[in-house]
Design a protein around this ligand. Structure first.
Ligand code: C2E
Ligand code: CA
Ligand code: CA
Ligand code: CA
Length: 277
């Protein structure tokens, strides 16, 4: 980058150029997808292990292009973040969640809490608090039926700002879970300082749970830590019976994973919830 003339060509090196092009293309496709209503929300149940009942669901974004294969959120959410589209998309997911809580209540499906994932960008300033206040009022739902899932990286941004937002959410009875717990910059300071309600044990620790003694210890430790701090603990990515047995024995509170349910369209999850209620 020192020699002016050359650095230009170094920067637009072939692979990089291709990657930038791919990103831009995906960004444009995503903008079009929003207009064409190609995004939808799927819901994955979380099973309460004490009663083996679904009490909560996680809202997960899906993109099904009219022409072509589904694009996974791990591909398009980073693009949405870079293009500053995540605020708009995130608001839409939140509104879908509120609408769903209201619709379920209108058909007698009560007390199902919907968890919504938040990106760091949605956590800046007062926008989130104002938005959610408005939506709760618009749909006439209780805040306690909403949960936000945030990652440890959000907590690092600006602790005072984050604390303020979390306190406002708590005033509305909205709960907050730390997603992918244990994979971030594990400072335990925020657990003690912030109003948080649950920990979600990351899938990477649940994988190979039965075979890997280290994973067993980590999962054990997270469950104890959570319970000692009066937090509920959710395990995600639970795929087999052995994992369920281990987690039940250790009294993990909620289980989410393919063993019980995959993420599914709203009509399907509604059937499951209706059978149970
Ligand atoms: P996440 O929040 O950690 O969500 C859990 C992911 O694990 C989901 O992937 C889910 O489908 C998958 N999963 C659940 N159970 C199992 C299992 O038993 N086995 C395996 N192998 N996977 C399982 P998905 O739906 O592809 O979402 C990926 C990530 O995209 C999410 O990870 C989240 O970080 C992000 N995301 C999804 N929807 C939203 C959204 O509305 N807003 C934001 N900001 N991020 C979202
Ligand atoms: Ca999540
Ligand atoms: Ca997660
Ligand atoms: Ca994850």
């Amino acid at each position: 980058a020192k020699e002016n003339g050359r650095s230009h060509f170094e920067f637009f090196d072939k692979p990089l150029e291709r990657m930038a092009h791919f990103q831009l293309e995906l960004e444009n496709k995503l903008r079009a997808a929003i207009k064409k209503h190609e995004l939808s929300v799927y819901y994955q149940p979380q099973v309460d292990i004490r009663e083996f009942k679904v009490r909560r669901v996680e809202a997960l974004l899906r993109w099904f292009p009219e022409d072509g294969k589904p694009v996974p959120p791990s591909d398009f959410i980073p693009v949405a973040e870079r293009a500053h589209l995540i605020g708009k998309i995130g608001y839409w997911v939140l509104e879908q969640a509120c609408l769903q809580v209201k619709e379920w209540q209108s058909v007698g499906i009560e007390n199902i809490r919907v968890a919504v994932n938040l990106s760091a960008q949605q956590f800046v300033g007062k926008k989130l608090v104002e938005d959610v206040k408005e939506l709760i009022k618009k749909y006439g739902i209780e805040g306690r039926l909403l949960e936000f899932e945030i990652t440890e990286s959000i907590l690092l941004e600006d602790l005072e700002n984050v604390k303020e937002v979390l306190l406002e959410l708590r005033k509305m009875d909205i709960t907050v879970a730390i997603d992918d717990f244990g994979t971030g910059y594990s400072s335990l300071k925020y657990l003690q300082k912030l109003p948080i309600d649950s920990l979600k044990i990351d899938r990477s620790f649940i994988r190979e749970l039965a075979e890997n003694p280290n994973n067993k210890s980590i999962v054990n430790t997270i469950i104890s830590l959570g319970h000692n701090l009066n937090l509920s603990v959710v395990a995600e990515g639970v795929e087999d019976k052995k994992m369920v047995a281990f987690l039940c024995e250790r009294q993990c509170d909620f289980i989410q994973g393919y063993y019980f349910y995959k993420p599914m369209p709203v009509e399907e999850v509604t059937k499951i919830l209706a059978q149970e209620s």
